[in-house]
Design a protein around this ligand. Structure first.
Ligand code: LRH
Ligand code: MN
Length: 432
């Protein structure tokens, strides 16, 4: 089936042609630098071409906060249009072949039709996300006081039933994992009994786990706070890994970078989860204060690199049970979501490629010798390299754009969809 492209392929080729000589010069220069370090740039570029990170369907619209949401032009009005925007991202950056859907935001009455639409756009589906943190119109029981851990067994049963439905819809889409994030918690000391609440959560999570198809995994997503502001049932990786161990091998922990207190050593959490075969994957984003859902690598590129340093180390050590799912989870309040998602996918790919350039033998030797200075400088020697030529070359070799944002802007795609998609005019507030 020929894949429908959203942007005129001629425009992409023309732009790549214009920059080809400069890209080749930069690529050859970087190749010479890497060769001096005994690294074959072609081998690294091959790895970059295989790298993939999923796009969150909910990231294609303008995001907002509890104060306000300012819709941008040409917002997608349904999941079909969200997929068309995801296809633009994939056409230009070539490292986002899958989309992570969120239900019921992406609910449709015919999921095989949705799958066909994605197939035609050359897209697949990554982990599906359930939602028991909002009440839907006509929903019998409210999640105001929680969902999987609610004191009322009827509310818990309703939340479990929703998760089982998400699995059914995900199976039609060809997904093989369910991400479960619950906002359950409390706002006052004494409001909840911590142990009883977690026991109720585990009883519900068990019911979901036992209903998983044989080839499916369950991703538990921890979060320090919000919407609960005193305690959260799955508040940190400790609570998450204890529950994942309690449930079984196919329950693992998803690390959303923004769900940790400032300055938490996330790369060490990642190392722990890898060691105990409990790393599910990531929701990449960046943050300065809370769960800001800012663009990946926009504030803490070194932390993101250090996380990939742990991931590449595990990959190269052939760590058992290591196959993390990489996904973005961001809220685009002031930028064009397509531009932010393209940029963020590249920044995550950049962290991976830089981590591939770490001289691990030298690093291990410095660690064994307790030579802290040379050990940390071995990491910096990789991080300080500008790998942009490798990322651009990988995109061009995969049929994408050397300069995605420049081509996207030249295409006028946003103006075109703005005409096709009359705005809802609803500003309102909230993340989507
Ligand atoms: C919670 C979260 C979760 C999603 C939601 C959109 O903060 O990170 O992954 O369900 O954002
Ligand atoms: Mn998340």
């Amino acid at each position: 089936m020929t894949m429908t492209t959203q942007i005129d392929a001629g425009l992409v080729d023309e732009a790549n042609q214009q920059g080809a000589a400069h890209l080749q010069a930069d690529y050859d220069h970087l190749g010479a630098v890497l060769a001096r370090r005994g690294i074959d740039i072609e081998a690294i570029t091959e790895k970059a071409r295989d790298f993939a990170v999923a796009v969150p369907s909910w990231g294609t619209g303008s995001g907002g906060t509890r104060f306000a949401r300012f819709p941008g032009p040409g917002e997608p009005r349904n999941v079909f249009e969200k997929l068309e925007d995801c296809a633009v991202i994939q056409q230009l950056v070539r490292c986002t072949p899958t989309v992570s859907p969120h239900f019921p935001w992406d609910w449709v009455d015919d999921f095989s039709e949705l799958r066909q639409h994605a197939d035609a756009l050359g897209l697949g589906f990554d982990a599906v996300n359930s939602n028991t943190f909002q009440d839907q119109p006509g929903q019998p029981l409210s999640y105001k006081y929680g969902s999987l851990s609610h004191t009322d067994p009827a509310v818990r049963a309703q939340a479990v039933a929703h998760n089982l439905e998400c699995i059914e819809w995900g199976q039609v889409l060809g997904s093989s994992a369910l991400t479960v994030w619950v906002g359950d918690g409390s706002n006052f000391p004494g409001q909840s009994h911590f142990q009883y609440q977690l026991e109720r959560y585990l009883e519900s999570a068990r019911a979901i786990y036992d209903a998983l198809p044989a080839d499916w995994d369950m991703f538990l997503e921890h979060k320090m706070f919000e919407p609960a502001f005193y305690s959260t049932v799955i508040q940190d990786w400790g609570s998450s890994v204890l529950c994942a161990m309690e449930l079984g091998d196919r329950a693992r922990c998803l690390v959303d970078l923004g769900h940790h207190a400032p300055n938490v050593n996330i790369e060490m959490i990642v190392s722990r989860l890898i060691q105990f075969h409990k790393l599910a994957g990531f929701h990449f984003n960046d943050s300065k204060y809370g769960d800001d859902d800012l663009d990946s690598g926009s504030l803490h590129p070194y932390q993101q690199f250090l996380i990939f340093n742990e991931l590449v180390d595990a990959e190269q050590r052939g760590q058992a049970g290591f196959n993390p799912a990489y996904m973005l989870d961001q809220s685009h309040n002031v930028t064009d979501p397509i531009e932010s998602l393209m940029n963020s996918a590249e920044e995550v790919q950049r962290s991976y490629v830089k981590a591939l350039l770490v001289d691990r033998e030298a690093l291990y030797a410095h660690q064994e010798a307790n030579d802290a200075m040379l050990a940390t400088n071995t990491l910096k020697a990789a991080f300080n390299l500008d790998v942009s030529p490798i990322l651009a070359q990988a995109r061009v070799l995969e049929g994408g754009a050397a300069q995605p944002i420049a081509v996207y802007r030249a295409s006028g795609y946003r103006c075109a969809v703005d005409k096709q998609r009359p705005s809802s005019g609803q500003s309102g507030s909230g993340i989507v």
